[in-house]
Design a protein around this ligand. Structure first.
Ligand code: AN0
Ligand code: CP
Length: 323
């Protein structure tokens, strides 16, 4: 595997899920694979889970790991070509990428949507430069539009916890005070549509996701209706994707105080099929989900986060095998 961005990059999902279980059975059985190999994890944005789980996965495989927080100690990077660099940015990505690549074998990058231009975000301008100029395998640790390590971990979690062959999985928008990226819902939708589940999305009008990720998905604007008979509830906030409202790209459409009905509580969970609750974390309690739902025995948020180590290890293992 040279790039891990979309669900297709992992190939057959049942093979990938079986590999995840083999990793879980004994995660230290491939220590030889990573010997004298270095993973470089580059963060342009904050992280708790991605940083720790990916580092742990690389160590399980016997790799060395270097973590770089670009905004804490590295030079500020210019990303646009042709700019006269007389501002606060001391170095250009076009030099920084090959330099960083010269110290490692595999690169992971986290670079969120900037919400300055929908086009730039959806063209994946930053990650594409890493792919083009590093000469190394590149995996996405949440880019402007996707978070595949999360979606893979979510799929593993659903597979481990489903009680019927084709569970009903509902992804619901929930309120949040700040504008958040669409990467998590985009990837979750992409992966669920590729998996064998009955997938439904519910959100207020204006939050329609990009068709490249949700083509063919059922959208139900009535949250209570969407929740009926659900086996899994996957909550997430996202800002306006700019599909039906291009002028509002990256914005919170309404004051969140008026949207608190969308916060996942026992009221909505009561109409589900005793659904499990999922969220990628970090989560704001009593905005996205109430204390009692996230603390209930049906909450999977902790095992879901633990599966991030497994999804990262499958990806790194495949990249090492292809070096
Ligand atoms: C990020 C997001 O919503 O994309 C990261 C989630 C994994 N969340 C925040 O910035 C709070
Ligand atoms: N779920 C997730 O990616 O968490 P972090 O932002 O803490 O890495």
């Amino acid at each position: 595997m040279k790039v891990f961005q979309h669900v297709q990059d992992i190939g057959d999902l049942s093979v990938a899920l079986a590999e995840a279980q083999e990793v879980k059975r004994d995660r230290y059985q491939w220590q030889h694979l990573g010997k004298n190999k270095t993973a470089l994890l580059i963060f342009f944005n904050n992280s708790l889970r991605t940083r720790l789980s990916t580092q742990k996965a690389a160590m399980n495989l016997g790799m060395n790991v270097i973590v770089l927080d670009v905004n804490q100690g590295a030079w500020k990077l210019e990303t646009e070509r042709g700019v006269v660099m007389d501002g606060d940015k001391s170095e250009h990505l076009l030099e920084a990428i090959p330099v960083m690549a010269s110290y490692c074998d595999i690169i992971g990058v986290r670079s969120f949507a900037r919400f300055e231009s929908r086009e730039d975000d959806y063209e994946e301008k930053i990650l594409q430069q890493f792919i083009q100029y590093s000469g190394r395998p590149v995996f996405f640790m949440e880019s402007a539009t996707v978070h595949p390590l999360q979606a893979f971990a979510d799929l593993i979690t659903i597979e481990e916890n489903k009680t019927n062959a084709r569970p009903k999985v509902v992804m619901t928008w929930a309120p949040h005070p700040k504008a958040l990226p669409q990467a998590v819902p985009n990837s979750f939708a992409e992966w669920m549509l590729a998996a064998d589940v009955d997938f439904v999305i519910t959100h207020p009008e204006g939050y329609e996701l990009d068709p490249q990720f949700v083509q063919g998905a059922r959208v139900e604007y009535d949250q209570m209706k969407a929740f009926e008979g659900a086996d899994f509830i996957y909550a997430k906030n996202w800002s306006c994707p700019g599909v039906t409202r291009p002028e509002a790209y990256g914005k919170v459409l309404e004051d969140y105080h008026t949207m608190m009905d969308w916060c996942v509580s026992t009221r909505q969970m009561a109409v589900t099929n005793d659904a499990a609750f999922m969220h990628c974390l970090p989560v704001r309690r009593n905005m996205i989900v109430t204390d009692d739902v996230i603390e209930s025995p049906r909450s999977l948020v902790i095992p879901e986060a633990a599966n991030r180590e497994i999804s990262a290890q499958v990806v790194l293992k495949r990249m090492l095998q292809a070096l």
